[in-house]
Design a protein around this ligand. Sequence first.
Ligand code: FES
Length: 61
Amino acid sequence: MIVCICHGINDKAIHQAVADGACTMSDLACQTGVGTCCGKCTDCAKSVLDDALGATFAQAA
Ligand code: FES
C-alpha cells in the first residue's frame, strides 16, 4: 500500500524504517522523507508507524 505519494513510500518501507530504529514521525521523516512534501500522508503514515511499532514490540516480548 502506498502511503506517501510524494516520496513513493509504502507501508513496507515504513516497517523497514522501524526495524532500522525509527520510533517517531520525526525519525520516519528523516529516514524516508514521508510527510515532508505536501503532508497529506501524515495521518496514514502515523497509523502505519504505530502498527509497525506494535509489531516490533510484540516480536520483542
Ligand atoms: S504524500 Fe507524503 S508528503 Fe505528500
